[in-house]
Ligand binder design. Structure first.
Ligand SMILES: Cc1cc2nc3c(=O)[nH]c(=O)nc-3n(C[C@H](O)[C@H](O)[C@H](O)COP(=O)(O)OP(=O)(O)OC[C@H]3O[C@@H](n4cnc5c(N)ncnc54)[C@H](O)[C@@H]3O)c2cc1C
Length: 494
């Protein structure tokens, strides 16, 4: 999304767009059918031709479907002319890439990437496909799939490239659920961000392959500009990462889950409902103080019949939370109750960090439909906003809030990479439609932000934008790596 791009309907190449657009199959400059087998042979037979899941339901299709239409109809979206087809829900091939490299070696990636770049074919990289905005898909693209690069090994005396020290590291490949590709290059937050900072700040080295077919090491000693960009400057844009060297930190040993329920009294109608919103505001306003004092973790807030849950990773949660809330003079303190709301607050120890993560993680099932819209919230937004406005923002939308500060704020400059500067002052990253009004200037976490943000340069990249464009020009001069999830032709506009 670094470059301004647009798509138009499938059309023939015209002299006006030639050279400024990525090739698509109807173009005369698209490779012949006989060229693809040559590419396949040059990468050891690792090229896959994509076939839409519903191919068998299309009449006269030119695909060779492996799944019968009957099976598709009961398990997938439906194509036109099939019973049950609903126009708004119907199948399209949209972001389906044309071919996939099921890569197992860096050499295969280098060969295939250069082949596609030389032919002006768009390249997309896919690790796990978890991307919420479809940035690992792309119409008429050659997809490089990195799932085979899974590895996890520890080196307790990894030699730092510029400092005369060794580090305890994990050397990791692609990842299993949320993958490292998008997670780290986007920033990577989690319940430990309050304690250690963002994931991108703990990368010591990356092995990369460029669209020019080079296989490089990026770290503090070589290709520093690329190393900087790959740590928070946006995934899928600069080159393809095959391996990460990550600093190892011990997992917290004493993990506490905290449940907080704010329940309006059933018979008080609007008075109770308003009181419960005020109580929720009180908790949000208390968070900067609590986090500065050592509270870490993640919290989920939701309305209606789902209880409000704060999952924290700190042994003294209760001791921290209660006095701060009482000190702030809010209407309700935990377990005190009030005339309009009942607040219950309980804590329980969890066996270990892994159990905590699985308890606060959502379902891993594919196919959910939602648009996530993250905004970063700092001290000013949490403490300098009127309670009335905060209540109104909370009402607009409530979903997942994860804590970040203060360790993110204190990350050493050398570890900062190309992370959005707004993370420095953020306490929460707040998932809520309408939060732009609350924090218009702070920016958003690009991996979980609304992709149609017209201010994406400012909100996702901030002051790093121009430098990132330069890094992209250096390492992907053919502009082959594009992360716009859509169908159709992609053209450069100045
Ligand atoms: C269920 C779920 C839970 C999540 N939880 C969190 C969370 O706790 N914290 C958080 O920070 N985010 C979270 N996210 C968001 C997550 O960070 C993004 O979805 C991220 O893009 C996933 O990365 P991926 O590589 O697995 O996905 P993919 O869809 O495979 O790729 C995402 C992007 O990364 C690029 N990319 C992938 N691999 C590479 C590579 N090897 N080299 C270069 N570019 C690459 C792709 O081109 C694409 O642009 C969650 C998402 C989901 C769906």
């Amino acid at each position: 999304m670094l470059h301004l791009i647009f798509w138009s309907a499938l059309c023939l190449t015209s002299p006006m767009v030639a050279g400024r657009c990525k090739n698509i199959p109807v173009d005369v400059t698209w490779p012949f059918d006989t060229d693809w087998p040559s590419l396949n042979a040059s990468i050891g037979g690792h090229l896959l031709r994509t076939v839409p899941a519903a191919a068998s339901c299309w009449p006269n299709g030119h695909f060779e479907p492996s799944i019968s239409c009957n099976t598709v109809q009961s398990h997938s979206c439906l194509p036109p002319n099939v019973t049950g087809y609903v126009h708004d829900l119907g199948c399209t091939t949209r972001g389906l890439p044309t071919y996939i490299v099921n890569a197992t070696t860096e050499t295969q990636i280098a060969t295939a990437s250069k082949w596609a770049a030389d032919r002006s074919i768009r390249i997309v990289i896919k690790c796990t496909g978890h991307d919420l905005n479809g940035r690992s898909s792309g119409a008429f693209a050659l997809s490089i799939w990195t799932h085979n690069f899974r590895q996890l090994r520890r080196d307790i005396s990894w030699k730092h490239p510029t400092k005369n020290i060794t580090e305890d590291v994990y050397i990791v490949g692609s990842g299993q659920h949320v993958g490292l590709g998008g997670y780290i290059q986007g920033s990577g937050h989690g319940p430990l961000s309050r304690t250690y900072g963002l994931a991108a700040s703990h990368v010591l080295q990356m092995s990369v392959v460029t669209t020019q077919g080079e296989i490089l090491i990026a770290n503090d000693a070589q290709h520093q500009d690329l190393f900087w960009a790959l740590r928070g400057g946006g995934p899928g844009l600069y080159s393809l990462v095959t391996e990460y060297v990550l600093r190892h930190h011990p997992a917290p040993s004493n993990v506490t889950m905290t449940d907080l329920l704010i329940a309006p009294e059933a018979d008080r109608n609007n008075i109770s409902a308003e009181a419960s919103w005020k109580a929720a505001v009180s908790y949000l306003q208390a968070l900067p103080v609590l986090m500065d004092a050592g509270l870490a973790g993640a919290c989920m807030m939701s309305t209606a019949e789902t209880a409000v849950r704060f999952g924290f990773l700190f042994e003294a949660t209760t001791a921290f939370v209660r006095p701060v809330l009482a000190h702030n003079g809010h209407e309700s303190t935990p377990n005190s109750g009030s005339s309009a709301v009942t607040i219950t607050f309980s804590t329980s120890n969890v066996a270990n960090y892994t159990s905590c993560i699985s308890a606060i993680s959502g379902s891993n099932a594919a196919g959910g439909q939602s648009v996530v819209s993250i905004r970063l919230l700092g001290r000013r937004e949490l403490l300098g906003t009127s309670r009335t406005d905060m209540t109104s923002y909370l009402k607009t939308a409530l979903q997942a809030q994860n804590a970040t500060a203060p360790e993110v704020q204190q990350t050493p400059p050398g570890d900062w990479g190309a992370l959005l500067p707004a993370w420095r002052t953020a306490y929460l990253h707040f998932n809520a439609n309408g939060a732009t009004l609350w924090a218009p200037e702070l920016g958003a976490y690009m991996n979980e932000a609304i992709p149609f943000d017209s201010e994406f340069k400012r909100d996702f990249y901030g002051a790093n934008y121009d430098r990132l464009v330069q890094v992209k020009a250096n390492y992907d001069p053919s502009e082959s790596l594009l992360v716009l999830a859509d169908s159709g032709r992609l053209c450069r506009v100045d």
